[in-house]
Design a binder for this molecule. Structure first.
Ligand SMILES: Nc1nc2c(c(=O)[nH]1)N[C@H]1C(S)=C(S)[C@@H](COP(=O)(O)O)O[C@H]1N2
Ligand SMILES: [Mo]
Length: 324
């Protein structure tokens, strides 16, 4: 086992999400490197960017291009940006450190078990699941709680399709999601100072069933690379990015609201609902505006990240300042 120097932490690279932690703990954090060199060939194949799509999005006078724009005309970020500016603390706490640290992560074979309050609990092999629910293109805005954003052309299928397979029981009210726990393959999981592992997230069942809620298996028409949460990650476009848990292995239907990693780690800063809301500031910074990666200046943050028309009714009668 090799102990590498801790990630160099440039002040420009410090993510606000991790500032809640004692900086010293980060400096102590060592990266354990597993060896999976034999399977590198697969990932060299997958690493070929979608040059054509990236080119379209980079055109200087970038006009909205059908297929790679949101319905409102936002142009997708480049493949380069989406696959090199990442949050995935299992691999690295530096945005541009994730891709190199995750390069050799092998996401096959892969199973996802769906259990808890369901009539038909089942463990799905990923490739069988893809046959059940063929992925479709969905271009969504992505808004990180750290006040940056992107537009990402996902490939995925509605989570509702998977839940229909297992038949939730009538007392199921919430859905919990769990990332793979395997410190040999996800080096920062050896260091419990980074976060309590495995990463866990949750949704209310009606949020999980909403047609906008995706399980993503790719982007720009290609299978997900490890840094984006291969082979399967959650995408909930009206919520802050940390709800979009990566590399999911287990889904549990529950009656009680599940505990989640970030709301456990810093309950005053990261809530369970985490709906994008420009009117509720983070305790340490404003959420009124955001920096779109690849753009100068800032743009206004939209309620529910621009998806209010589709989702606001899910929260009728709730005080969204309290349920942040
Ligand atoms: N397992 C896991 N999932 C995770 C994270 C993480 O550290 N671990 N980071 C979250 C955060 S904060 C964001 S903004 C998005 C980033 O997704 P992207 O790198 O594909 O853009 O993943 C989310 N899912
Ligand atoms: Mo995030």
């Amino acid at each position: 086992m090799l102990i590498k120097k801790p990630d160099e932490i440039k002040s420009s690279e410090i993510t606000d999400e991790k500032l809640y932690l004692n900086r010293r703990n980060f400096l102590r954090a060592a990266t354990l490197v597993g060896s999976v060199a034999a399977t590198g060939w697969l990932y060299r194949q997958l690493n070929v960017p979608s040059r054509e799509a990236a080119k379209i999005a980079q055109t200087p006078d970038a006009k909205p291009v059908p297929g790679y724009t949101t319905p409102e005309g936002d142009v997708a970020n480049t493949f380069e940006d989406i696959t090199n500016y990442n949050n995935f603390y299992e691999f690295s706490t530096s945005k541009n450190g994730v891709a190199p640290a995750a390069r050799k992560f092998v996401a096959r074979p892969w199973t996802i078990s769906v259990e808890g309050l369901v009539q038909k609990p089942k463990t799905f092999d990923l490739d069988d699941l893809l046959k059940l629910a063929p992925p479709e293109d969905r271009v969504y805005r992505h808004r990180c709680v750290e006040a940056w954003s992107m537009v990402i052309p996902w490939l995925g299928f509605p989570l509702a399709k998977l839940l229909a397979q297992v038949e939730p029981m009538s007392n199921a009210k919430y859905v919990k999601f769990i990332t793979l726990y395997d410190p040999k393959r996800m080096p920062n999981q050896s260091d419990t100072d980074v976060l309590p592992w495995p990463y866990q997230e949750g949704l209310r069942l009606d949020e999980a069933m909403h047609p906008l809620t995706l399980l993503a298996t790719g982007l720009y028409g290609k299978p997900l690379l490890p840094q984006n949460g291969a082979p399967l990650r959650l995408v909930v476009p009206w919520k802050y990015g940390f709800k979009g848990i990566k590399s999911i292995v287990q889904i549990i239907l529950m009656e009680q609201q599940p505990r989640t990693t970030w709301s456990d780690a810093a309950p005053d800063e990261y809530g369970f609902y985490a709906n994008v809301n420009p009117q509720v500031d983070h305790p340490r910074w404003s959420q009124a505006s955001e920096r779109r990666i690849g753009e100068w200046g800032k743009r206004a943050t939209l309620p529910f990240n621009g998806y209010a028309e589709q989702v606001a009714q899910l929260y009728a009668g709730m005080n969204l300042r309290t349920y942040f």
